[in-house]
Design a protein around this ligand. Structure first.
Ligand code: TZP
Ligand code: MG
Length: 222
């Protein structure tokens, strides 16, 4: 297997949905199915925080969600848990700055997709040197979903990273909705990653559709 190309990853990262069971009011299987019907292009299983499943229950939910992704050819990534990603033969892993070092994770996962959260230029450069395929940058806007999130940085951080020569795919994260997604793309991101805008929407399908439209419209302006 070869590493994914930048171009293919840019395409796939347009509407990146992240979710775990505690982000949903409906069954996660239904939320993800609707999100896919609405047009998400990438998925991360992020089972963490208050009330998160663990052990066999976590594995069972991951398998269920992976199966839907496979059916619709949506990449399925696992947050933090490299061993789970390998056990399920997931498409990749996303790690934060407090997790295992990116170069160690890269060695463990071979050519699978590696996403790394970065908050500034130094973290972005290090992640790239250590083998990241894409960066998750944020929080861009205030968020209620991640209780230990840093302060919102606005879209300027994206513009700054691009101006400083960071060229690998980037997704913005944190407080992104269909109303502010265009700003994120215009500032230099290839896509938007969202949790609550889809997971808590009355209609995850409609919300995903609106996000996809906003992102695609903004990409076409480029
Ligand atoms: N990392 C930075 S902000 C955030 C994560 C995981 C939470 C994003 O959730 P939401 O609901 O899209 O603001
Ligand atoms: Mg993490």
């Amino acid at each position: 297997m070869e590493r994914i190309s930048t171009k293919q990853l840019q395409e796939q990262l347009r509407v990146y949905f992240i979710m775990g069971s505690n982000n949903c009011e409906k069954h996660p299987f239904d939320v993800l199915t609707e999100a896919i019907e609405g047009g998400i292009t990438f998925f991360q299983f992020r089972e963490k925080g208050h009330g998160a499943l663990s052990g066999a229950e976590k594995v069972a939910l991951a398998k269920e969600l992976q199966a839907i992704c496979r059916k619709y050819s949506i990449p399925f990534l696992v947050n933090d848990d490299v061993e789970l990603a390998l056990a399920l033969d997931a498409d990749g892993v996303h790690i934060g700055q407090e997790d295992e070092r990116a170069d160690i994770v890269r060695r463990k996962i071979g050519a699978k997709i590696l996403g790394v959260s970065a908050h500034n230029l130094d973290e972005a450069k290090r992640a790239i040197e250590q083998g990241a395929d894409y960066l998750g940058v944020g929080p861009i806007f205030p968020t209620n979903t991640k209780t230990d999130a840093k302060e919102a940085q606005g879209v300027e951080v994206l513009r700054h990273l691009r101006e400083q020569g960071i060229t690998i795919p980037i997704v913005g994260i944190g407080g992104i909705t269909a109303d502010n997604a265009k700003e994120v793309i215009r500032a230099g991101a290839d896509g938007v990653s969202v949790i609550s805008a889809i997971s808590l929407a009355n209609s995850p399908k409609e919300s995903a559709k609106q996000l996809a439209k906003a992102v695609d419209d903004a990409l076409h302006e480029k």
